[in-house]
Every structure is written in C-alpha cells, then in structure tokens.
Ligand binder design. Structure first.
Ligand code: SAM
Length: 254
C-alpha cells in the first residue's frame, strides 16, 4: 500500500472514532455538548470575517460552487449558500458526514451537498469550484504527501478565475517543551523529535496524541514550493485567532 493510501485509511479510522465519541467537540473543542446554536453562529461569524470580502470580489452566477475540505458536521458551509448556487462539503470521516447531513436536513439546505472523501483527493469535477476553503483540517495531516496531493487537487477542481483560502500549519512562533516556553530562535537547536515526544507526553487525551491529530508543520519556503509544484499562485495572510502556528495560504491557479 502506498504511503498516502495508508495515511488516508488511518485518518478515516481515527476521525470516525473521534466523531463517534463526540463530533461537536472534535469540530470545535470550545463548545459544550448540545451547544449547536452557538456552534453554527460561530461558523457564520467566521465566514463573515474571513471569507466574505474575498467572495464578494468573485464574479459569481447562480451556478457558482464552493467547497470546504474537511467540513466536519457543517459549521462553515451553511453561510456560503448566500452567495453560491451549490456548496459542497467533503470530509474523510463518513461518521462526521452522516451527522452533517442530519443537522442540515431542512429545505433551506437543499443546495448543500455533503460527501465522504478519501482524505487526499476531491471527488468533484475538473474546473467546477469557484471558491475552495479549509480551516482546522490541514493542520492535522500526518504527512506532507497528503497536503501536496490536496494542492494538486485544488488546482484541478478550481475554475480558471476561482480562488482558494486554506489554513496551513507553519513552523513558527514559540514552542512549549514540558510546559516551558522555548523561543523560536532557540527551537532549531533542539531536535524536532523531542518537541513531538514532549507534546505526546503532555497531551492527556489519547485521541489527540496520534499523528492524524497532531499533524505535521512546514516552513513557509516549503509550503510555497509545494504550492508552486501544483501550479498554484499563493500568498500568506495571518490567521486571526491568535495562533502563531498556522497561517492562511490564499491563491488561485497560475
Ligand atoms: C477540527 S474539525 C474542523 C471541522 C470544520 N472545518 C470546522 O471548522 O467546523 C476537522 C475535520 O477535518 C476532517 N479531516 C481530517 N483530516 C481530513 C482530510 N485529510 N481530508 C478531509 N477531512 C479531514 C475531520 O474528520 C474533521 O471533521
């Protein structure tokens, strides 16, 4: 089995297990059980702050489509129905997708389409999506190969004038080693496996300790070269929520 195929299988199994335990928590740890109204209203606020301006600059028609990679139980996709004729949500976990379908089953959501995916490809037609986004997902990928494959897929399914905005993990900011903050300046002196070991040892929840949750991170140079290998034109934009370990990668086809 190739590396990406085995990563896909582990991502599906691990995220299905998390969804079975508590789908809401594993979409947004800050929400308590049953807090669906707050969860969905948080999605609306996030879309308004992070995507609205970008979307309003697109030339859209009633056939325009948007896609979220890693939609979970559907927090971010609903508000996009304001602008797009069809909104697609894909997720590696069929259990998350079943829950998303249940939660957004009313007639007002008829143009929302949820479907499970294999974890590294996009089950949609070439040149079909005007806007592609992803948040809180690519930060959990177990290998660079999966992210590289997603970048090729984004290039394939974007329309010629389409744009994408994806949250990606960067190797920046300060790091913690057994609770002690280590400045990024000194971090390169400490072998990476020590940080990973420390993280593993200090995270209590075993479901958040494996590589399909902790994920891998990249330098900006590496991210830029992966995007260019996929023929994507990109720029970095700061991520809003005070995270110094992630950044938006925004772009289009070259
Ligand atoms: C933290 S949740 C975020 C969900 C949603 N984006 C949100 O902000 O509400 C992460 C989601 O990504 C999904 N996921 C993880 N790895 C994925 C992959 N490789 N491809 C697609 N979905 C993935 C998980 O199943 C989970 O539903």
């Amino acid at each position: 089995m190739t590396k990406v195929k085995s990563d896909n299988q582990r991502m599906r199994n691990d995220w299905d297990s998390r969804a079975q335990v508590n789908a809401l928590h594993y979409n947004s740890p800050s929400h308590k059980p049953g807090e669906y109204d707050q969860f969905f209203s948080n999605g609306e606020d996030f879309v308004a702050q992070e995507f609205e301006l970008l979307i309003k600059n697109l030339k859209l028609s009633e056939d325009s489509q948007a896609l979220e990679i890693g939609c979970g139980i559907g927090r971010m996709v609903r508000p996009l129905l304001k602008w797009f004729g069809t909104v697609n949500g894909i997720d590696v976990s069929p259990v998350m997708i079943d829950e998303a379908i249940k939660l957004s089953s009313g007639p007002e959501y008829a143009n929302l389409h949820f479907q499970p995916s294999d974890g590294s490809s996009i089950p949609l037609a070439d040149g079909s999506q005007d806007f592609i986004f992803s948040t809180g997902v690519l930060t959990h990928l177990p290998s660079a190969d999966v992210l590289q494959q997603y970048m090729h897929e984004i290039h394939r399914v974007l329309t010629a004038s389409g744009v994408f905005k994806i949250e990606v993990p960067i190797q920046e900011g300060n790091w913690k080693l057994f609770g002690i903050v280590i400045s990024r300046k000194f971090a390169p002196l400490i072998p990476k496996f020590i940080f990973r070991l420390a993280r593993k040892m200090t995270i209590k929840n075993p479901m958040k300790r494996n590589d399909t949750y902790m994920g891998v991170s990249f330098s900006r140079a590496k991210l830029a070269s992966m995007a260019s290998a996929a023929d994507l034109k990109t720029e970095f934009i700061p991520f809003p929520e005070g995270s110094d370990h992630t950044v938006w990668l925004v772009g289009s086809r070259t």
